[in-house]
Design a protein around this ligand. Structure first.
Ligand SMILES: [Fe+2]
Ligand SMILES: [Fe+2]
Length: 414
């Protein structure tokens, strides 16, 4: 869990349950099964319930108070009832007085992360790729324009991972991660496990154990940083490197078996282009950020070229057309994503909107140049294919397209 704060605020006990400030509940504190003595945070720590006038304060562990089992006269039950009455309607955002969070909008969950931390950058970029089950706002705590808070509050947000729900609940540490995971496909199972009563405290202990190590890990990550690549495109470039590796081996596979002079000339020419692509992408993407599965991509590429070569030139051209059709779309998606980053978000904390357009101009030019070559390969293969191919070849090409998508999916992650 890299996005975990710098450990500067360890003196303050972690908020492992939703901490909600409610109106009229008095100075009560609900008990927690594993952390009964939760310290009351400073006034700026907890969100302001529904915005109703506060005549008193209560900091409640909303997860454990149970009026049915403890009776309505216990402090926990009173707080729980107050929480129930004070809970805002779904989607109702309740920013704290004096605190403006511009990207929050109607978000059901606002993630407060340290955008200057290379660990957090990578983790958040990974999460942001996923289609969350509810609107999620991603807020860089360093961005003074987006998050207007005092220095102490900002420092506290930087010290631990926080999320805030639309109803004003603020979670931190393990509880915050669990809340975020529950919204993300592929991570919900971890969220479900993480919210089990005995698991959340365990995760919190791990989290607190990690915090002292975080500064050292940040230094390592800074040393290995690749500021010339937007964090959101690292996985794409990893898939590009894997794909260009596979492309080189496609033509090596063709040349290993093909005897047709025209096909061999085609493969030789394309092999040189794909090798150039591979070298260019490798120059951008450091070795430690490349796919761990390069041997597998080489084998897959070789087979993708060699197998159709057994059946003749038209099968190879149809295969190349199928591959390059996919690759064209894959590069276009990256170009669109890069353009979107340049125009809708600051590339780094404090950077002006649009700065990314200049900062990543070289990367965009590389993607466009590769895409143009791939389109030429696609069109050339289609022309040489000279008409429709048979059912078997069409089925093979469908398999190649599906396999390419699966390979990209894996290469983005491995
Ligand atoms: Fe290529
Ligand atoms: Fe190509």
């Amino acid at each position: 869990m890299p996005s975990l704060g710098s450990g500067r605020a360890l003196a303050r006990p972690p908020m492992t349950h939703p901490v909600v400030e409610v109106a009229g509940a008095g100075p009560a504190r609900a008990s927690s099964a594993w952390m009964p003595a939760m310290a009351t945070p400073p006034p700026s720590d907890a969100p302001s319930g529904t915005g109703a006038a506060s005549t008193g304060r209560a900091v409640a562990s909303a997860g454990n108070a149970n009026p049915g089992s403890t009776g309505h006269n216990t402090p926990a039950a009173r707080v729980q009832l107050a929480l129930r009455d004070a809970t805002p309607r779904p989607g109702q955002a309740t920013p704290r007085p004096g605190e403006a969070i511009s990207p929050e909008g109607e978000a059901a969950l606002t993630v407060l992360y340290d955008g200057a931390c290379p660990l957090c950058q990578r983790e958040i970029a990974w999460y942001r790729e996923l289609p969350a089950s509810c609107p999620v706002a991603w807020l860089d705590v360093n961005d003074a324009q987006a998050l207007s808070v005092d220095d102490a509050t900002r420092s506290r947000y930087l010290s631990r991972f926080h999320v805030r729900r639309a109803n004003g609940e603020t979670l931190s540490g393990a509880a915050a991660f669990v809340a975020l995971w529950l919204t993300l496909p592929g991570w919900r199972w971890l969220g479900r496990v993480g919210r089990l009563p005995w698991v959340t405290p365990l995760l919190e202990l791990m989290y607190r154990g990690f915090l002292p190590l975080r500064p050292r890990l940040q230094r390592v990550a800074h040393a290995l940083a690749t500021p010339h690549i937007p964090a959101a495109l690292v996985a794409d470039l990893r898939s590009d490197h894997a794909g260009e590796t596979g492309a080189v081996y496609i033509y090596r596979g063709v040349l290993a078996l093909a005897r047709d002079p025209g096909l061999r000339a085609f493969a030789t020419h394309h092999l040189a282009t794909e090798q150039r692509h591979l070298d260019q992408v490798a120059a951008v993407l450091p070795a430690w950020r490349r796919s761990w599965c390069l041997p597998a991509w080489r084998v897959a590429g070789f087979l993708t070229g060699a197998l159709p070569a057994l059946f003749g030139p038209r099968a190879v051209y149809a295969t190349v057309h199928a591959v390059e059709t996919f690759v064209d779309r894959h590069y276009q998606q990256q170009i669109d994503r890069l353009d979107g980053l340049a125009h809708t978000a600051s590339p780094r904390p404090g950077a002006g909107t649009g700065e990314g357009a200049d900062r990543w101009a070289d990367l965009r030019a590389l993607l466009v140049a590769c895409q143009q070559d791939e389109r030429q390969h696609r069109d050339e293969a289609l022309a040489l294919q000279a008409g429709p191919v048979g059912v078997f070849t069409r089925a093979w090409c469908a398999l190649v397209g599906t396999g390419s998508a699966a390979a990209v999916h894996l290469a983005r992650r491995l």
